[in-house]
Write a new protein. Structure first.
Length: 92
């Protein structure tokens, strides 16, 4: 629940253009928003098996593996976006 709340709050703050200026305070707010988004995403992915199965025991059962799979897939997507970005650039 806390992960979803953090994601919602950081999404709202981004829509409100919080932390997008060039002042020191705005840069600090932008960095804090980035950090809170990362924490919210980590908490959300950690509880993925509970959401998928709607069973509190899913976390400690074989179905809990789904949370690990979701984290691995998310990490793979981040890695492709980070290291694969030069491959997607068009050269003229």
């Amino acid at each position: 629940m806390w992960g979803i709340l953090l994601l919602l709050l950081t999404g709202y703050a981004e829509l409100a253009d919080v932390g997008t200026g060039s002042t020191a305070q705005s840069i600090l707010l932008g960095r804090l928003l980035s950090l809170s988004y990362g924490v919210g995403a980590a908490l959300t992915l950690d509880e993925f098996a509970l959401w998928l199965n709607l069973d509190a025991a899913a976390y400690w059962s074989r179905q809990g593996r789904e949370s690990i799979d979701a984290v691995v897939l998310f990490g793979a997507a981040l890695a492709m976006g980070t290291w694969g970005a030069p491959l997607f650039r068009r050269k003229h």
